[in-house]
Design a protein around this ligand. Structure first.
Ligand code: UDP
Ligand code: MG
Length: 321
């Protein structure tokens, strides 16, 4: 690993996806500008991706830009979701290192300096690792742990349970990420998949400064399904072995019944056990088909090769401001 020379000037891009965040943007911008004032050695590019906000988010951004703040705005044509917004940001970022960060200041921007230190040591990815999740609800913590456990059981590469999207990436990593052709993106997994030398910086996640979370239980459940199906075919293969097991058992059972009938004559068949077996296996079959459907549906969407996001307009700051 080769350390970078410390006095070389560095251009860093922070990518900030925003969806209905009119109350949060100025606090975020003030905080980050204040922080970077003390670091003239780092040229900061702030790139907001407006993910189809329906409130005054875009108007606020343009207003701030007109006031002379050097911010770039990528305005998406509708709400594409955070994953797509991030992809759009990475696509337009020009920095030598790129840092996606949430606008709600749950990820402490001060950490960016520590990340840059690590990058200078020669790491290509520096992950922000949450040391505690006390700001999340108990339910969210339990379900998140269950998700990572199952995901890592069935998928390669493994993903760490305590890292989110807050991380620093070298340009090489951004290019690798951009070169992935799929349109349905589970970034956490994809970032792990592209590899590179990575390390961590630890932080604790604070509550949102304003506004409210955009992720509810249903969205997170679908996000989890995306994760499972993006990186593993184990849920599909499971049915092969399960079916094999069931067939084998029923074959042995059939032998048993035949022997019994031969020895003791015709038995009165049990209605209850019959109906239970029918319902049980009917349910199992539907589940199997459902899982098949999850994969088939994703293959179908992927086969259309639609772009990940559509940009309505890129609004650049005027140079003379
Ligand atoms: N976000 C987005 N598109 C969406 C949902 C969220 O760009 O469809 C942005 C949001 O504005 C914020 C970040 O993603 O900057 C994280 O969202 P949030 O704080 O709601 O997520 P949480 O912290 O609750 O996981
Ligand atoms: Mg948040």
């Amino acid at each position: 690993m080769e350390p970078k020379s410390t006095n070389a000037p560095l251009k860093a891009t922070v990518v900030v996806p925003v969806f209905n965040e009119e109350n949060v943007i100025s606090i975020f911008l003030e905080t980050i500008e204040e922080l970077f004032k003390a670091r003239p050695d780092i040229q900061l590019e702030i790139l907001f991706v407006n993910d189809g906000s329906t409130d005054a988010t875009l108007a606020r951004l343009i207003e701030l830009q007109d006031m002379g703040h050097q911010i770039r705005i990528i305005d998406l044509s509708r709400n594409f979701g955070k994953e797509a917004a991030l992809a759009a940001g990475l696509h337009h970022a020009t920095g030598q290192v790129v840092i996606p960060i949430d606008v709600d200041l749950q990820d402490d921007p001060k950490l960016i300096f520590d990340m840059i230190e690590k990058w200078r040591e020669g790491y290509e990815v520096v992950l922000g690792r949450r040391i505690d999740r006390s700001t999340d609800t108990r339910l969210k913590r339990v379900t998140a742990n269950a998700f990572y456990y199952v995901h890592n059981l069935i998928s390669q590469p493994k993903i760490s349970s305590n890292v989110g999207d807050f991380r620093l990436m070298d340009r090489k990593v951004v290019e690798a990420f951009r070169s992935l052709p799929e349109s349905r993106r589970f970034s956490k997994g994809l970032f792990a998949w592209v590899g590179f030398r990575s390390t961590y910086v630890d932080y604790s996640r604070t509550p949102r400064v304003a506004g409210c979370s955009k992720f509810n239980g249903w969205k997170l459940w679908n996000f989890a399904l995306e994760g499972f199906t993006s990186f593993s075919t184990a849920p599909l293969r499971f049915w092969t072995y399960f079916g094999l097991g069931i067939s084998l058992t029923s074959f042995l059972y059939a032998l048993l019944i035949i022997t019994k009938v031969l020895i003791r004559g015709i038995d009165v068949p049990g209605y209850a056990s019959l109906i239970v077996a029918i319902m049980f296996f009917g349910g199992l079959q539907l589940m199997g088909i459902g899982i098949l459907g999850e994969y088939l549906g994703r293959t179908y969407i992927e086969s259309k090769r639609r772009p990940i996001f559509i940009v309505r307009e890129a609004i650049e700051p005027s140079k003379n401001a």
